[in-house]
Design a protein around this ligand. Structure first.
Ligand SMILES: [Zn+2]
Length: 301
């Protein structure tokens, strides 16, 4: 899933990629205690403090820089336009799915448990029932940091064996949490690399769509604005039409926040008509433009 309006603005805010890091403060080890008492021993010299190598956080990048990147392995970026949005770039859809499909099932896929993590067999069955493949269960993903932390806690509780890419994500999540200590909130979104199922326009649309979700999660003012437009500007019939469209796409229509977040992202952050056209949600182009204008009123620039 994809994003949009913000593209030019985000690109305009562009900045050369740089490294963000923090240096941990080492606590020196206490001086060793001698095994035998000595007389008139000189005071031990203070132990030298060996600097720990600085921990390198995800590289800060513009959306355009992420788009131009070609991942040979999963790679985490930190978005310059909002440093609480992290973008995982994958070599292809299959690697992306291996990292996030189990979380999608827990957090927002329709008809699946919200209180436990699926094992490999149950996940494969759920994906097959949806008519998708592991690569296409979602074309892009987006989650709050705390939802991912809950996923890994439940997976640990239930003894679920993580995939290689889930283990990578778990480590990245812990690294990001050190940059954004609790209860600070952040978003992790993802984009697949170019492959036979993802052309350049699709990759761009997916990245924009997911970054739109990132703004929803990481910008409380924008999220409140979206909620207000969803409540006051959309009619009940329009909300129902969006819920039906999103349910067909596999989202749980009972999760109201997912509904408004997706309606927002599809309307104003998804430039590829292969992912979304107003008619998909029963809207005329004219009405879609009215809703877009309302949503964009306070969208991040
Ligand atoms: Zn979405």
């Amino acid at each position: 899933m994809p994003v949009v309006i913000g593209a030019a603005a985000i690109a305009a805010a562009g900045v050369a990629g740089g490294l963000w890091w923090w240096r941990a403060v080492d606590t020196p080890d206490p001086p060793p205690k001698p095994d035998l008492p000595t007389l008139a021993a000189p005071a031990p010299a203070p132990a030298p403090i060996a600097p720990r190598p600085a921990e390198i956080g995800p590289r800060i990048a513009t959306q355009a820089e992420i788009l131009a990147h070609r991942a040979e392995a999963p790679t985490m970026f930190r978005l310059d336009a909002n440093p609480r949005i992290f973008v995982a770039d994958f070599p292809n859809l299959d690697r992306q799915g291996a990292a996030f499909n189990r979380t999608a099932a827990l957090v927002e896929k329709a008809g699946l448990p919200r209180d436990r993590v699926l094992d490999d067999a149950a996940l494969a069955a759920a994906i097959a029932r949806s008519g998708d493949t592991p690569g296409t269960y979602y074309y892009g993903h987006n989650y709050r940091g705390r939802d991912l932390e809950r996923f890994f806690a439940l997976a640990d509780r239930d003894g679920i064996a993580l995939t290689r890419d889930e283990a990578w994500l778990r480590d990245e999540l812990a690294r990001i949490r050190r940059l954004v200590p609790a209860p600070g909130e952040f978003a992790i979104v993802s984009v697949p690399g170019l492959e036979e199922r993802v052309d350049a326009a699709m990759r761009e649309a997916i990245l924009q769509h997911e970054v739109g979700h990132g703004h929803f999660f990481a910008d409380a003012r924008f999220a409140e604005h979206v909620a207000q437009v969803w409540r006051d500007t959309f009619t009940e019939a329009e909300r129902a039409a969006f819920r039906a469209f999103l349910a067909r796409e596999g989202y749980d229509p009972a999760i109201e926040e997912v509904m408004m977040n997706e309606a927002m992202a599809y309307l104003i952050f998804t430039p590829d008509p292969r992912f979304f056209q107003p008619v998909h949600a029963g809207l005329t182009d004219q009405r879609a433009d009215q809703l877009r204008a309302a949503l964009r009123g306070r969208a991040p620039q």
